[in-house]
Design a protein around this ligand. Structure first.
Ligand SMILES: [Zn+2]
Ligand SMILES: [Zn+2]
Length: 286
C-alpha cells in the first residue's frame, strides 16, 4: 500500500505583553503575527497533505487558535486561496480574543507558559496519531516563536516534554526573537530540531522561511546556520538556578546546588559527609 506522508506543523506564538521587545515597541507583536501567518500558509502551500495548527501562550495561559470548529463560514473576498483566508481570519480573530482575555487587574506574569503550550501540542499530536487513516504517516513538528527571557522555573516540565517528544518522534524547533533560550535549545538538540536566535527582527519572515520551513528530511541537504554549542547545564530543584556542578540524589536523581541531608523530592536521608573514617583495628580476643 502506498503511504501518504502528512507533515504536521504546530506553531506556538508567544504573545506575552511583558516580553522586553514588546514593551519597547508594541507594534512588534503585529509584525511577528504577520510573519507567522505568512509562514503558516507557506507550509500549507508546499503540499495539500500538510496540516497546520497554531497556538498561542502568554503569562496566564495558552490556547489553540487554529483549527477551529466553526471556521468554515469564512469566505474569501479578494481572490486569495480560501484555505489561506481561513487560516488568517481564524488566527487573527482568536488572538484578538486571547489578548482581550488577559487579565489587566492581575500583575503581568513575565514568564510565558511555553511548557503548557508544548504539552497541549503533544496531546494534540497523540490524538491525531490515533485518528489517522491506515497508510497515513504523520510527521509532526513544533515551532516555538518567542521573545521571552530564559527562566528555569519550568525546568522539570521542559525536560519531561523534551524526552516525551523524543520518544514520540516529534521535532522541536525554536526561533528566539530576543535572548538565548538555553533550556529550549537543549530541547531542540534532544529532539533533532533547529534552534535559532535571529540576529535581526526585521528579517523574521526570511529566517522562518529559510531555517524552519524545509521539512527535516530536506534540512540535511541545506546549508543552515552552524549549530551552536548547547549549554547543557541543569537547574537545581531548590532554587531553579542553572548549576555547573551540584549534588545529585542517588535515589531519584534530583539535582541540588547545596548539600542537604534529606532529599526534598523522595525524602531519602543521607549521612552528612565528614572526614574519611579511619580503619578500626580488630581487637584480638583475650
Ligand atoms: Zn539550589
Ligand atoms: Zn531523592
Amino acid at each position: 500500500m502506498c503511504e501518504v506522508e502528512t507533515n504536521l506543523l504546530i506553531i506556538v506564538l508567544d504573545v506575552n505583553p511583558a516580553q522586553r521587545i514588546v514593551r519597547q515597541e508594541t507594534r512588534i507583536l503585529t509584525q511577528c503575527l504577520d510573519s507567522t501567518i505568512v509562514f503558516a500558509n507557506a507550509h500549507l502551500m508546499q503540499s495539500c497533505n500538510n496540516r497546520l495548527a497554531v497556538m498561542t501562550c502568554h503569562g496566564h495561559g495558552c490556547k489553540f487558535l487554529y483549527p477551529q470548529k466553526n471556521s468554515s463560514d469564512i469566505r474569501q473576498i479578494d481572490g486569495q486561496y480560501e484555505k489561506f483566508t481561513v487560516v488568517e481570519h481564524t488566527v487573527r480573530q482568536q488572538l484578538q480574543q486571547v489578548i482581550n482575555e488577559i487579565p489587566i487587574d492581575k500583575p503581568l506574569n513575565v514568564e510565558s507558559l511555553i511548557s503548557g503550550a508544548l504539552s497541549m501540542a503533544l496531546c494534540y499530536i497523540s490524538r491525531l496519531e490515533h485518528e489517522k487513516v491506515p497508510g497515513e504517516k504523520l510527521c509532526p513538528r513544533i515551532l516555538v516563536i518567542s521573545a521571552s527571557s530564559d527562566s528555569a522555573t519550568q525546568y522539570m516540565n521542559y525536560m519531561n516534554i523534551f524526552f516525551t517528544a523524543q520518544k514520540m518522534g516529534v521535532i522541536l524547533d525554536v526561533c528566539s526573537l530576543d535572548q538565548e533560550l538555553t533550556l529550549l535549545e537543549q530541547g531542540c538538540d534532544i529532539t533533532g530540531g533547529n534552534y535559532l536566535k535571529i540576529p535581526q527582527l526585521a528579517g523574521l519572515l526570511q529566517y522562518l522561511l529559510w531555517v524552519f520551513l524545509p521539512d527535516p528530511s530536506v534540512r540535511s541537504k541545506l546549508i543552515l546556520p552552524p549549530p551552536v554549542k548547547v549549554d547543557y547545564r541543569a537547574a537545581c530543584f531548590c532554587h531553579q538556578d542553572l548549576v555547573d556542578i551540584g549534588y545529585v540524589c542517588s535515589v531519584c536523581l534530583s539535582i541540588f546546588c547545596k548539600f542537604s541531608p534529606i532529599c526534598t523530592t523522595c525524602h531519602t536521608v543521607f549521612k552528612i559527609p565528614g572526614p574519611i573514617p579511619m580503619k578500626i583495628k580488630k581487637r584480638k580476643k583475650l
